[in-house]
Every structure is written in structure tokens, then in C-alpha cells.
Design a protein around this ligand. Sequence first.
Ligand SMILES: [Zn+2]
Length: 103
Amino acid sequence: MMTPIYNQFLTKMETEIKEKSIVVAQKYHIEVNEEGLIQALTNARKFYDEGYADGQRDAVKRGEWKKYGRNLGECSNCGEIVAVRYKFCPECGADMREVDHAD
Ligand SMILES: [Zn+2]
């Protein structure tokens, strides 16, 4: 998901680029493909957002309970055996909530 502030920025930038690209191209004697440039910026942001999301996911320590009976479980992250009612392992802090495996 693209950040809203960047979208606003991109929209303003797109307008400015369209207005100025011919002038800039003439000044530096280079060919500017406006739509190509906008598409490149959009794609770059998409890759950034995806990389950021991956980084966030990796930074969060996760675990799951290996259950012993109804109430106790072993944390897959640290091996501590505690009550499985916790959303986070009280020993190591691992996030024990179910992970969305959509990707
Ligand atoms: Zn743990």
C-alpha cells in the first residue's frame, strides 16, 4: 500500500513534471518521456513499500505454542513453557498471535 503523503507528492510532481519536462529536456538536451518517468517513480515506491513491509514483518519476533494439554504451551521461540492464553510470550516477548499467510 502506498503512503498517502507520497501519493499527494507524486500527483503534484506529475503535474510539475508535465509542465516543466519540455523546458528541462531542452535545457539539458535530453529526451524526457513523462509517462515513463512517472511510471518509474510509481514502481520505485511500490518496491519500497513492499520492502518496508517485509522488513517490518522480519523485525517482529514471532512464535507459536506447542501445546501441552489445554492450558500450557511451549514457546517455539525460546522454549519456555507457560500458559497459552498470552498473545506474547511472557519470557521472550515473541508475538504468538496467528500470522496472516496471505502472501
Ligand atoms: Zn518465548
